[in-house]
Design a binder for this molecule. Structure first.
Ligand code: CU
Length: 366
Protein backbone atom coordinates (compact mmCIF):
# COMPACT_ATOMS: atom_id res chain seq x y z
CA UNK A 1 0.00 0.00 0.00
CA UNK A 2 2.67 2.48 1.07
CA UNK A 3 4.77 1.50 -1.91
CA UNK A 4 1.83 2.05 -4.20
CA UNK A 5 1.47 5.59 -2.93
CA UNK A 6 5.17 6.28 -3.26
CA UNK A 7 5.18 5.06 -6.83
CA UNK A 8 2.15 7.10 -7.78
CA UNK A 9 3.70 10.15 -6.19
CA UNK A 10 7.00 9.60 -7.94
CA UNK A 11 5.33 8.97 -11.26
CA UNK A 12 3.23 12.09 -10.86
CA UNK A 13 6.20 14.31 -10.19
CA UNK A 14 7.86 13.45 -13.44
CA UNK A 15 4.75 13.49 -15.54
CA UNK A 16 5.67 16.82 -17.07
CA UNK A 17 9.17 15.86 -18.03
CA UNK A 18 9.53 15.39 -21.73
CA UNK A 19 12.25 15.23 -24.32
CA UNK A 20 15.18 12.97 -24.93
CA UNK A 21 18.67 12.91 -23.65
CA UNK A 22 21.00 11.97 -26.45
CA UNK A 23 24.41 12.05 -24.82
CA UNK A 24 26.20 9.77 -27.23
CA UNK A 25 23.76 10.24 -30.07
CA UNK A 26 23.91 13.16 -32.43
CA UNK A 27 20.42 14.41 -31.77
CA UNK A 28 19.43 14.07 -35.42
CA UNK A 29 18.40 10.54 -35.99
CA UNK A 30 20.93 7.79 -35.59
CA UNK A 31 24.13 8.17 -37.52
CA UNK A 32 26.63 6.43 -35.27
CA UNK A 33 25.19 3.30 -33.71
CA UNK A 34 26.37 2.13 -30.33
CA UNK A 35 27.64 -1.43 -30.77
CA UNK A 36 26.42 -4.22 -28.55
CA UNK A 37 28.65 -7.28 -28.51
CA UNK A 38 28.75 -10.59 -26.67
CA UNK A 39 30.84 -10.36 -23.50
CA UNK A 40 32.67 -13.40 -24.83
CA UNK A 41 33.89 -11.35 -27.83
CA UNK A 42 35.21 -8.36 -25.91
CA UNK A 43 38.97 -8.03 -25.52
CA UNK A 44 40.47 -8.27 -22.05
CA UNK A 45 41.05 -4.54 -22.17
CA UNK A 46 37.42 -3.85 -23.06
CA UNK A 47 36.24 -6.16 -20.30
CA UNK A 48 38.44 -4.42 -17.75
CA UNK A 49 37.21 -1.04 -18.95
CA UNK A 50 33.56 -2.08 -18.64
CA UNK A 51 34.07 -3.49 -15.13
CA UNK A 52 35.93 -0.38 -14.03
CA UNK A 53 33.22 1.88 -15.40
CA UNK A 54 30.61 -0.20 -13.56
CA UNK A 55 32.61 0.20 -10.34
CA UNK A 56 32.69 3.92 -11.09
CA UNK A 57 28.87 4.03 -11.18
CA UNK A 58 28.86 2.32 -7.78
CA UNK A 59 31.25 4.94 -6.51
CA UNK A 60 29.77 8.10 -8.02
CA UNK A 61 27.38 10.20 -5.93
CA UNK A 62 23.73 10.09 -6.93
CA UNK A 63 22.41 13.05 -8.90
CA UNK A 64 18.69 12.86 -8.18
CA UNK A 65 16.94 13.73 -4.98
CA UNK A 66 16.10 10.16 -4.13
CA UNK A 67 16.24 9.67 -0.36
CA UNK A 68 18.65 6.91 0.50
CA UNK A 69 20.30 6.72 -2.91
CA UNK A 70 23.96 7.38 -2.31
CA UNK A 71 25.31 6.47 -5.72
CA UNK A 72 24.33 6.37 -9.37
CA UNK A 73 24.06 2.60 -8.98
CA UNK A 74 21.54 3.10 -6.18
CA UNK A 75 19.52 5.39 -8.44
CA UNK A 76 19.38 2.81 -11.20
CA UNK A 77 18.33 0.32 -8.55
CA UNK A 78 15.60 2.63 -7.31
CA UNK A 79 14.21 3.19 -10.81
CA UNK A 80 13.56 -0.54 -11.17
CA UNK A 81 12.39 -1.27 -7.63
CA UNK A 82 9.91 1.62 -7.59
CA UNK A 83 7.90 0.39 -10.56
CA UNK A 84 8.62 -3.34 -10.64
CA UNK A 85 4.91 -4.10 -10.63
CA UNK A 86 4.34 -2.10 -13.81
CA UNK A 87 7.27 -3.24 -15.92
CA UNK A 88 6.94 -7.01 -15.55
CA UNK A 89 4.15 -9.25 -16.87
CA UNK A 90 2.78 -6.28 -18.76
CA UNK A 91 2.97 -5.14 -22.35
CA UNK A 92 5.76 -2.67 -21.58
CA UNK A 93 8.09 -5.38 -20.25
CA UNK A 94 10.29 -5.48 -23.35
CA UNK A 95 10.15 -1.75 -24.21
CA UNK A 96 10.81 -0.61 -20.66
CA UNK A 97 13.85 -2.83 -20.28
CA UNK A 98 15.14 -1.60 -23.67
CA UNK A 99 14.77 1.94 -22.34
CA UNK A 100 16.55 1.00 -19.11
CA UNK A 101 19.50 -0.37 -21.09
CA UNK A 102 19.90 3.07 -22.67
CA UNK A 103 19.56 4.77 -19.28
CA UNK A 104 22.31 2.54 -17.90
CA UNK A 105 24.51 2.99 -20.98
CA UNK A 106 24.13 6.76 -20.84
CA UNK A 107 25.35 6.89 -17.25
CA UNK A 108 28.18 4.52 -17.98
CA UNK A 109 29.43 6.65 -20.88
CA UNK A 110 28.59 10.13 -19.62
CA UNK A 111 29.55 9.77 -15.97
CA UNK A 112 32.24 7.12 -16.12
CA UNK A 113 33.80 7.58 -19.53
CA UNK A 114 33.11 4.11 -20.88
CA UNK A 115 33.71 4.10 -24.64
CA UNK A 116 33.78 0.41 -25.55
CA UNK A 117 31.00 -1.79 -26.92
CA UNK A 118 28.01 -2.47 -24.70
CA UNK A 119 28.21 -6.14 -23.76
CA UNK A 120 25.45 -8.68 -23.76
CA UNK A 121 25.63 -12.20 -22.43
CA UNK A 122 25.33 -14.82 -25.14
CA UNK A 123 23.59 -17.23 -22.81
CA UNK A 124 22.97 -20.00 -25.25
CA UNK A 125 26.75 -20.45 -25.52
CA UNK A 126 26.94 -21.16 -21.78
CA UNK A 127 23.80 -23.19 -21.37
CA UNK A 128 25.67 -26.48 -20.98
CA UNK A 129 28.37 -25.21 -18.66
CA UNK A 130 27.16 -22.22 -16.67
CA UNK A 131 29.77 -22.59 -13.94
CA UNK A 132 32.55 -21.99 -16.44
CA UNK A 133 30.86 -19.05 -18.14
CA UNK A 134 33.28 -16.25 -18.93
CA UNK A 135 30.97 -13.68 -17.32
CA UNK A 136 31.57 -15.45 -14.01
CA UNK A 137 35.35 -15.29 -14.28
CA UNK A 138 36.89 -13.92 -11.12
CA UNK A 139 39.62 -11.96 -12.88
CA UNK A 140 38.09 -10.77 -16.15
CA UNK A 141 34.38 -11.10 -15.40
CA UNK A 142 31.81 -10.30 -12.75
CA UNK A 143 33.00 -12.73 -10.07
CA UNK A 144 31.59 -16.09 -9.17
CA UNK A 145 29.01 -17.73 -6.98
CA UNK A 146 27.90 -16.71 -3.51
CA UNK A 147 29.51 -18.40 -0.55
CA UNK A 148 28.68 -19.08 3.07
CA UNK A 149 25.29 -19.07 4.75
CA UNK A 150 24.22 -15.80 3.13
CA UNK A 151 25.54 -16.62 -0.34
CA UNK A 152 27.35 -13.30 -0.56
CA UNK A 153 29.61 -13.10 -3.60
CA UNK A 154 33.08 -13.56 -2.18
CA UNK A 155 35.40 -12.92 -5.10
CA UNK A 156 35.77 -10.75 -8.17
CA UNK A 157 35.25 -7.00 -8.56
CA UNK A 158 31.93 -6.69 -6.72
CA UNK A 159 32.70 -8.21 -3.33
CA UNK A 160 32.28 -4.84 -1.68
CA UNK A 161 29.06 -3.91 -3.45
CA UNK A 162 26.33 -3.03 -0.95
CA UNK A 163 22.67 -2.21 -1.54
CA UNK A 164 20.84 0.59 0.26
CA UNK A 165 17.30 -0.28 -0.78
CA UNK A 166 15.09 -3.10 0.34
CA UNK A 167 12.28 -4.41 -1.84
CA UNK A 168 9.79 -1.91 -0.41
CA UNK A 169 12.20 0.99 -0.98
CA UNK A 170 12.90 1.41 2.70
CA UNK A 171 16.55 1.82 3.56
CA UNK A 172 18.34 -1.23 4.89
CA UNK A 173 19.79 -0.73 8.36
CA UNK A 174 22.88 -2.55 7.29
CA UNK A 175 23.30 -2.54 3.52
CA UNK A 176 23.14 -6.02 2.00
CA UNK A 177 25.70 -7.78 -0.16
CA UNK A 178 25.46 -9.05 -3.71
CA UNK A 179 23.97 -12.53 -3.45
CA UNK A 180 24.31 -15.33 -6.00
CA UNK A 181 23.18 -18.93 -5.89
CA UNK A 182 24.01 -20.40 -9.24
CA UNK A 183 21.69 -23.06 -10.63
CA UNK A 184 22.78 -24.63 -13.90
CA UNK A 185 19.53 -26.53 -13.81
CA UNK A 186 17.44 -23.33 -13.91
CA UNK A 187 19.71 -21.96 -16.61
CA UNK A 188 18.64 -24.68 -19.05
CA UNK A 189 15.71 -22.41 -19.97
CA UNK A 190 18.23 -20.45 -22.09
CA UNK A 191 18.46 -23.32 -24.56
CA UNK A 192 18.50 -22.75 -28.30
CA UNK A 193 15.25 -24.69 -28.59
CA UNK A 194 13.47 -22.25 -26.28
CA UNK A 195 14.87 -19.23 -28.09
CA UNK A 196 13.83 -20.57 -31.45
CA UNK A 197 10.33 -21.15 -30.14
CA UNK A 198 10.11 -17.48 -29.16
CA UNK A 199 11.53 -16.28 -32.45
CA UNK A 200 8.80 -18.23 -34.23
CA UNK A 201 6.08 -16.28 -32.43
CA UNK A 202 3.64 -14.59 -34.76
CA UNK A 203 2.40 -11.70 -32.63
CA UNK A 204 3.78 -9.32 -30.05
CA UNK A 205 1.60 -10.93 -27.41
CA UNK A 206 3.15 -14.28 -28.18
CA UNK A 207 6.75 -13.14 -28.34
CA UNK A 208 6.50 -11.07 -25.19
CA UNK A 209 5.03 -13.93 -23.17
CA UNK A 210 7.52 -16.36 -24.63
CA UNK A 211 10.59 -14.23 -23.98
CA UNK A 212 9.54 -13.17 -20.50
CA UNK A 213 9.10 -16.81 -19.54
CA UNK A 214 11.93 -19.27 -20.21
CA UNK A 215 14.72 -17.13 -21.73
CA UNK A 216 14.12 -14.35 -19.19
CA UNK A 217 13.81 -16.54 -16.15
CA UNK A 218 16.83 -18.64 -17.13
CA UNK A 219 19.26 -15.76 -16.62
CA UNK A 220 17.61 -14.57 -13.42
CA UNK A 221 17.27 -17.95 -11.76
CA UNK A 222 20.43 -19.38 -13.24
CA UNK A 223 22.46 -16.72 -11.41
CA UNK A 224 20.06 -16.69 -8.48
CA UNK A 225 20.23 -14.56 -5.34
CA UNK A 226 19.94 -10.85 -6.11
CA UNK A 227 19.28 -11.67 -9.77
CA UNK A 228 16.34 -13.87 -8.86
CA UNK A 229 14.54 -11.07 -7.09
CA UNK A 230 12.01 -9.30 -9.30
CA UNK A 231 12.62 -5.94 -7.70
CA UNK A 232 16.27 -6.02 -6.68
CA UNK A 233 17.78 -7.79 -9.68
CA UNK A 234 19.48 -4.77 -11.32
CA UNK A 235 21.74 -4.62 -8.27
CA UNK A 236 23.75 -7.40 -9.90
CA UNK A 237 25.68 -5.91 -12.84
CA UNK A 238 24.94 -9.11 -14.78
CA UNK A 239 21.34 -7.89 -15.03
CA UNK A 240 22.27 -5.50 -17.83
CA UNK A 241 24.06 -8.17 -19.85
CA UNK A 242 21.16 -10.54 -19.40
CA UNK A 243 18.59 -7.96 -20.45
CA UNK A 244 20.66 -6.88 -23.44
CA UNK A 245 20.58 -10.54 -24.50
CA UNK A 246 16.83 -10.61 -24.10
CA UNK A 247 16.48 -7.31 -25.93
CA UNK A 248 18.54 -8.71 -28.78
CA UNK A 249 16.09 -11.59 -29.05
CA UNK A 250 13.18 -9.16 -29.27
CA UNK A 251 15.07 -7.22 -31.95
CA UNK A 252 15.77 -10.42 -33.89
CA UNK A 253 12.07 -11.13 -33.79
CA UNK A 254 11.21 -7.57 -34.86
CA UNK A 255 13.74 -7.78 -37.69
CA UNK A 256 11.87 -10.64 -39.30
CA UNK A 257 9.14 -8.19 -40.32
CA UNK A 258 10.18 -4.63 -39.50
CA UNK A 259 7.36 -2.76 -41.26
CA UNK A 260 4.86 -4.49 -38.97
CA UNK A 261 6.89 -5.15 -35.88
CA UNK A 262 8.31 -1.67 -35.41
CA UNK A 263 4.77 -0.71 -34.49
CA UNK A 264 3.46 -3.88 -32.92
CA UNK A 265 2.78 -3.60 -29.20
CA UNK A 266 0.05 -4.76 -26.84
CA UNK A 267 -0.68 -6.34 -23.49
CA UNK A 268 -1.95 -4.72 -20.33
CA UNK A 269 -0.42 -1.85 -18.35
CA UNK A 270 -1.37 -3.33 -15.02
CA UNK A 271 -0.74 -7.04 -14.57
CA UNK A 272 -3.98 -8.86 -15.18
CA UNK A 273 -5.31 -12.15 -14.00
CA UNK A 274 -3.71 -15.19 -15.63
CA UNK A 275 -6.92 -16.17 -17.29
CA UNK A 276 -6.83 -12.91 -19.25
CA UNK A 277 -3.30 -13.50 -20.37
CA UNK A 278 -3.32 -13.69 -24.18
CA UNK A 279 -0.98 -16.63 -24.43
CA UNK A 280 -2.25 -18.23 -21.30
CA UNK A 281 1.29 -19.01 -20.22
CA UNK A 282 4.43 -17.04 -19.61
CA UNK A 283 3.24 -14.79 -16.88
CA UNK A 284 1.48 -17.55 -15.09
CA UNK A 285 4.37 -19.95 -15.37
CA UNK A 286 6.95 -17.69 -13.89
CA UNK A 287 6.75 -18.72 -10.30
CA UNK A 288 6.65 -22.41 -11.01
CA UNK A 289 9.11 -24.86 -12.40
CA UNK A 290 8.10 -24.53 -15.98
CA UNK A 291 11.41 -23.12 -16.99
CA UNK A 292 13.38 -25.97 -15.61
CA UNK A 293 13.17 -29.57 -14.65
CA UNK A 294 11.32 -30.40 -11.46
CA UNK A 295 14.60 -31.18 -9.76
CA UNK A 296 15.70 -27.55 -9.93
CA UNK A 297 15.72 -26.04 -6.48
CA UNK A 298 14.01 -22.73 -5.87
CA UNK A 299 16.34 -19.78 -6.25
CA UNK A 300 17.46 -17.69 -3.33
CA UNK A 301 15.93 -14.29 -3.03
CA UNK A 302 12.73 -15.18 -1.34
CA UNK A 303 9.58 -14.16 -3.08
CA UNK A 304 11.62 -12.67 -5.88
CA UNK A 305 12.15 -14.77 -8.90
CA UNK A 306 9.78 -13.76 -11.55
CA UNK A 307 6.85 -14.15 -9.28
CA UNK A 308 4.21 -11.74 -10.44
CA UNK A 309 2.28 -11.52 -7.25
CA UNK A 310 5.22 -9.91 -5.56
CA UNK A 311 4.84 -6.38 -4.28
CA UNK A 312 1.14 -6.13 -4.67
CA UNK A 313 1.06 -6.54 -8.44
CA UNK A 314 -0.82 -9.73 -9.05
CA UNK A 315 -4.34 -9.06 -10.05
CA UNK A 316 -4.45 -5.33 -9.39
CA UNK A 317 -7.43 -3.54 -10.80
CA UNK A 318 -6.42 -0.74 -13.14
CA UNK A 319 -6.12 2.47 -11.19
CA UNK A 320 -7.23 5.66 -12.95
CA UNK A 321 -4.20 7.62 -11.80
CA UNK A 322 -1.91 5.05 -13.33
CA UNK A 323 -3.96 4.69 -16.50
CA UNK A 324 -3.78 8.47 -16.99
CA UNK A 325 -0.12 8.46 -16.22
CA UNK A 326 0.71 5.75 -18.73
CA UNK A 327 -1.14 7.78 -21.36
CA UNK A 328 -2.56 4.84 -23.30
CA UNK A 329 -6.19 5.80 -22.85
CA UNK A 330 -6.98 2.53 -21.12
CA UNK A 331 -5.32 -0.56 -19.77
CA UNK A 332 -3.97 -1.75 -23.12
CA UNK A 333 -0.37 -0.83 -23.80
CA UNK A 334 0.12 1.38 -26.85
CA UNK A 335 3.01 3.18 -28.54
CA UNK A 336 2.07 6.27 -26.48
CA UNK A 337 2.88 4.49 -23.23
CA UNK A 338 5.11 6.48 -20.86
CA UNK A 339 8.48 5.03 -19.85
CA UNK A 340 10.04 6.42 -16.69
CA UNK A 341 13.48 6.09 -15.10
CA UNK A 342 13.19 8.09 -11.86
CA UNK A 343 14.37 11.15 -13.81
CA UNK A 344 17.77 9.70 -14.58
CA UNK A 345 16.76 10.32 -18.18
CA UNK A 346 13.61 12.14 -19.23
CA UNK A 347 10.54 10.08 -19.97
CA UNK A 348 10.11 8.65 -23.41
CA UNK A 349 7.30 6.69 -25.00
CA UNK A 350 7.29 3.13 -26.23
CA UNK A 351 7.27 4.55 -29.77
CA UNK A 352 10.68 6.06 -29.04
CA UNK A 353 12.27 2.70 -28.28
CA UNK A 354 10.63 0.42 -30.83
CA UNK A 355 13.36 0.92 -33.41
CA UNK A 356 16.82 -0.15 -32.30
CA UNK A 357 18.14 2.07 -35.10
CA UNK A 358 16.01 5.04 -34.09
CA UNK A 359 17.31 8.26 -32.57
CA UNK A 360 16.80 7.24 -28.97
CA UNK A 361 18.32 3.75 -28.83
CA UNK A 362 20.62 4.00 -31.86
CA UNK A 363 22.36 0.69 -31.34
CA UNK A 364 23.33 -2.43 -33.24
CA UNK A 365 23.75 -6.00 -32.04
CA UNK A 366 26.79 -7.65 -33.55
CU1 CU B 1 13.10 -5.98 -14.65
Amino acid sequence: MALHVIVLFALGIIHQVQGLYLSHRDGEGCRVKSLRKPWQDLTDLQRASYINSTLCLMDSPGQQTIPGAKTLWDELHYAHIAQATYIHFVGSFLPWHRYFLVVHETLLRRECGYNGPMPYWNEVADVDDLNNALVLDVKTGFGGNGEGPNHCVADGPFVNLRFQFKEDLTIAESPSCLVRNISDCSFTGASRTNLDACLAARTYDEVWHCLEAKPHIAGHWGIGGTMSNTRLSPGDPLFFLHHAWLDRLWWLWQSQDLPTRLKEIGGANIPVDDSDSPAGNGASSASGNETSSPSCSAPMGGAGGASRGHGGGGTSKPNKGLIDYFNDGGNTTTLDHTLWSARILPNVTIADVMDLHGAFVCAEYV
